[in-house]
Write a protein that binds this ligand. Structure first.
Ligand code: KIV
Length: 274
């Protein structure tokens, strides 16, 4: 059954206006109703239901295994929570690479089934025909360049991208093509800050927003994985990540306290009993 909830969420027109007005754009991931509701109420501009759910929610080592059905299931909860933020969903690996028709069909399915506002697609020139057709079908697209985790097997790891001139030139070309094709924004992941600034200048005339992660602070906006910035993954601390909270220790202390209270019969007490 498809989900259609009336909303007054941020639109691509508003994002484009924010670029024109030089207004910084904030974005965080969410994968469930409860956290998405908190993120939305805090005033975030965009929520990304990232395929990082494959790692964060499912415990996989890579983003590659997550499926359309799993992304649809997670996104429905996020969409129910989002009253203000635009909801962008990652098209999972395999859902848009086979051929353009399948890409369009899957993007439409994602929008119809979840009620999301836009989809995100990794890649540049290589996926441009599919992106053009998806946009022509009425589904807004956010691009994703630099470190594109669905290509981890090609890259051989999660290192900094586009530090060499040839790759940087290709990235600039890709970014302009995406902006010309009508992408309302582009995520720039793990690339040098100077290159991210160049991309930002290049696509700004198209009112296309650059959203950085590990790409310095001269992009139009920033995105982080919610669980990472909340310090829930205490073992994960790449250079670009700032922990805005330390929730791993908070959660563990609370759970330990609960176990103790159960073991020594202090929970539940009189007031907590019927
Ligand atoms: O899947 C994801 O969380 C992402 C962000 C890292 C941008 O693509």
């Amino acid at each position: 059954m498809s989900v259609h909830i009336q909303n007054s969420r941020i639109t691509t027109t508003i994002i484009r206006q924010m670029v024109a007005d030089n207004q910084p754009i904030s974005m965080l991931t969410s994968y469930d109703y409860t956290l998405a509701r908190l993120v939305d109420r805090a005033g975030i501009d965009m929520i990304l239901v990232g395929d990082s759910a494959s790692n964060i929610v499912c415990g996989n080592a890579y983003t590659l295994p997550i499926t359309m059905d799993e992304m649809i299931f997670l996104t429905k909860g996020v969409v129910r929570a989002a009253q203000h933020a635009m909801v962008v969903v990652d098209m999972p690996f395999g859902s848009y690479q086979v051929n353009d028709d399948e890409a369009v069909r899957n993007a439409i399915l994602m929008l119809k089934e979840t009620g999301c506002d836009a989809v995100k697609i990794e890649g540049g020139e290589n996926v441009l025909p599919a992106i053009r057709k998806i946009i022509a079908a009425g589904v807004p697209v956010q691009g994703h360049l630099g470190l594109t985790p669905q290509s981890v097997n090609q890259f051989g790891g999660y290192g900094l991208r586009a530090k060499e001139e040839k790759e940087a030139e290709q990235l600039l070309r890709d970014a302009e093509l995406l902006a010309q094709a009508g992408c309302f924004s582009i995520v720039l992941e793990k690339i040098p800050a100077d290159l991210a600034e160049q991309v930002t200048r290049l696509v700004a005339p198209y009112h296309c927003a650059t959203i950085g992660i590990g790409a310095g602070n001269r992009t139009h906006g920033q995105v982080l994985v919610l669980h990472d910035m909340l310090g829930l993954n205490d073992g994960f601390k790449p250079k670009f990540l700032r922990h805005f909270a330390q929730l791993a220790s908070t959660v563990q202390s609370a759970v330990k306290e609960y176990i103790e209270a159960v073991q020594n019969h202090t929970f539940p007490n009189e007031k907590e009993s019927y």
